[in-house]
Design a binder for this molecule. Structure first.
Ligand SMILES: [Mn+2]
Length: 332
């Protein structure tokens, strides 16, 4: 490995910069069930375009999650339903932010397509080409890194608000700087955000530390159910329908709980089984060399090597026994 030498070739930003430069009214869209990279990147790009004197509207199928409502100006993100009822003139450019394929735009897809010109900015291993110009770089941890490059390309100012937006994007997609494609460039960008007076401790608290009371209630119940299998190398966590109703919690609030099963010394893989109306939903996690996507695929689901999922339409205990047996066979 060449230390100190940047060997990665960055995709050409000039076509993206040119199409932005030529536009006057721009529609910005991000993916459904938006996360910190989606909302942070789209708000930062919106600030850039307005600095450049453009008129903008931001749309997203789903509302901004409560955990991101500390971001200044989050109200600028319009829901697809509200957008449809709004009176607005034509746009000359649509920009998709952090959406790997067209379906991820959800109900905003048709609005996206109604502009004569389109640009896609994304960092996922790309599935779909759906814009005239694509600025896609799979080598970066977050779409926010690409939006920062656009600020550089235009020589635009990183205001404190922009610093908060881009920090939100970068820290979300790296799990608060603990996984993903963390590069020298990402930390150079972070240094520039600090220079713009990023209130990092306050923002980190909002983004990564503070949890909803319902999440804590659910986590307590979940950890109570934690069991060790395969001589301590495999764990499982169970959340039944009654746990959600007893605790006045919903499925979304269970997000992230699966990781508690994996982040225990000696554990190589884990699963969280959640009882839902569609069947028993499994979230699977593992450490290399274990491939939980095999288990997910075996039961009709899919995903990545280290993070996968599936649903088994059987009674809860039966489904849990099936998954336990499969993973015990894999992790010996
Ligand atoms: Mn992202």
């Amino acid at each position: 490995m060449n230390r100190g030498i940047i060997t990665t070739v960055k995709p050409d930003i000039s076509a993206a910069a040119a199409i932005i430069k030529g536009a006057r009214r721009v529609l910005l869209a991000t993916h459904l069930q938006p996360d910190g990279d989606a909302i942070g990147s789209v708000l930062a790009l919106d600030s850039l375009l307005r600095q450049l004197g453009k008129e903008t509207v931001i749309v997203c199928q789903d509302p901004v999650p409560e955990s991101l409502c500390f971001l200044p100006g989050w109200e600028r993100v319009t829901s697809a339903a509200k957008f449809a009822s709004m009176k607005h003139g034509a746009f000359d450019l649509s920009i998709s932010v952090d959406a790997s394929d067209f379906a991820r735009l959800g109900d905003c897809g048709s609005s996206f397509l109604s502009s004569p010109q389109s640009l896609k900015i994304d960092h996922h291993a790309t599935n779909g080409v759906f814009a005239q110009v694509s600025y896609v770089d799979e080598e970066v941890a977050a779409t926010g890194v690409l939006v920062y490059r656009l600020f550089e390309a235009f020589g635009a100012t990183i205001t404190q608000d922009v610093a908060i937006y881009l920090y939100t994007a970068l820290s979300t997609d790296t799990g608060n700087f603990s996984f993903g494609k963390m590069t020298e460039e990402l930390f150079s960008q972070m240094a520039a955000l600090m220079k713009a007076d990023l209130p990092i401790a306050a923002a980190a608290r909002q983004l990564h530390l503070v949890k909803q009371p319902a999440y804590i209630r659910l986590l307590t119940r979940a950890l109570d159910s934690l069991a060790y299998l395969s001589g301590g190398k495999l764990t499982r966590i169970l959340l039944r329908d009654s746990d959600f109703s007893d605790l006045d919690a919903n499925m979304e609030q269970a997000e992230g709980i699966v990781n508690f099963g994996l982040n225990i010394r000696g554990v190589k893989a884990t699963f969280l089984a959640t009882e839902t109306s569609e069947g028993v939903k499994f979230s699977l996690r593992s450490l290399p060399p274990y491939d939980v996507s095999r288990a997910a695929t075996h039961f009709g689901g899919g995903g990545h090597v280290l993070a996968a999922g599936c649903t088994i339409s059987k009674p809860f205990d039966e489904a849990v026994a099936m998954m336990s047996a499969y993973l015990e066979g894999m992790i010996t």
